[in-house]
Design a protein around this ligand. Structure first.
Ligand code: NAD
Length: 321
């Protein structure tokens, strides 16, 4: 038996954003219908970072992503985040592939924002705001442009160089400018991707009809939105347990400002048709994304299928005596 080994470059070559969005949408649908397995993430914590194990099963494939977060790594010439993903055949448990999970993480996170916006943003959304212009902002933009006719991008980052670089990238497809944060928040779909631990986006800057993808908060204590926004909004989470633990709502829940019952739905329930998405042009919607293992495994499945089709990657027999 063979195990396919795929590097970052291999995965990048094999995966398109369109297929990533389709796979992630399907993963949310299965999650909403209760047809996936996804035990809570397991953490190992160190002085300089952490490691997380993220296992999941869906639609005939199982697997695990083993991913670190070490913010000081760039000083040592290493990336902050490096993910390895093992894909298994649930029939036998055989590890059919071992692949880079870093590109998959970036793409599947962008895809989740796009799927949420498809169901929660106004269909005629044209102006897209980005607060935080690091790595995640790029894949959020690439995914959103698969779903919407983006007419204008407005971007803000505390590091102006990052914002400039991001708008330069977006200009390949649309009008894009760096603007003061208040003007960026005056948009149809706002995406926040900062690692902030205090509100960055204030309530007064958000008008009715806006959809917000809150991507940055994915650990306890992280928060990007003024809690007053959460009190005004219809809140949709990717997974309630994970969101309460470390998503955008975690701080408001721990302060008692929000209760778990205030959360409208999971994205899976909406994609599966069990609850309605946006129902009017008024109202604010917030998607609280923490990142799910089912997104990773769903996308790894696509990468594996493409590798089988194209013959890409190294084939080894791991268990030969
Ligand atoms: P990054 O370091 O590449 O980018 C973060 C950007 O935010 C930087 O450009 C930085 O200057 C900017 N920033 C920091 N504080 C800011 C502030 N107060 N106001 C405006 N801009 C600010 O990081 P990344 O890889 O893009 O990740 C961003 C966040 O997304 C992190 O918190 C990460 O943990 C989270 N994340 C979430 C998911 C998910 O599935 N929800 C997946 C991956 C990463």
């Amino acid at each position: 038996m063979e195990t396919i080994i795929l590097t970052y470059e291999d995965v990048k070559e094999l995966l398109t954003m369109k297929e990533t969005i389709e796979a992630v949408e399907r993963a949310f649908e299965l999650h909403g219908k209760g047809l996936t397995q996804m035990p809570p993430k397991v953490y190992l914590s160190f002085e300089k970072g952490d490691l997380r194990a993220m296992p999941a099963y869906l639609e005939g494939k199982a697997g695990i992503k083993w991913v670190n977060s070490h913010p000081e790594n760039p000083k040592k010439g290493l990336p902050t985040v490096m993910a390895v993903l093992i894909l298994n055949d649930p029939e036998t448990g055989y590890p059919i592939a071992i692949m880079d999970g870093t590109h998959i993480t970036n793409f599947r996170t962008g895809a989740a924002g796009a799927v949420a916006s498809k169901y929660l943003a106004r269909k005629d959304s044209k102006v897209f705001g980005f607060v935080g212009c690091g790595r995640q902002a790029y894949t959020q933009f690439l995914a959103l442009k698969e779903i919407f006719e983006i007419e204008e991008v407005r971007a803000y980052d505390i590091n102006e160089k990052n914002a400039e670089k991001f708008v330069e990238f977006c200009r390949k497809w649309t009008e894009a400018d760096v603007k003061p944060i208040e003007d960026v928040c005056d948009c149809d779909v706002l995406t926040t991707t900062t690692p902030s631990r205090k509100p960055v986006v204030m309530n007064d800057w958000i008008r009715e009809g806006t959809h917000i993808n809150a991507i940055g908060a994915d650990a306890p204590g992280k928060q990007e939105l003024d809690e007053k926004i959460l009190l005004r909004a219809k809140i949709v989470v990717d997974d309630l347990e994970q969101a309460i633990h470390g998503g955008e709502i975690n701080v408001a829940i721990s302060k008692g400002i929000l209760k778990p019952e205030d959360i409208y739905a999971s994205l899976g329930e909406i994609v599966a048709g069990l609850k309605a998405g946006r129902e009017s042009n008024d109202g604010i919607t917030v998607f609280d994304s923490t990142g799910l293992a089912i997104q990773d495994i769903a996308v790894a499945k696509v990468v594996y299928d493409r590798a089988v089709e194209t013959g890409k990657g190294l084939r080894i027999d791991l268990f030969r005596g």
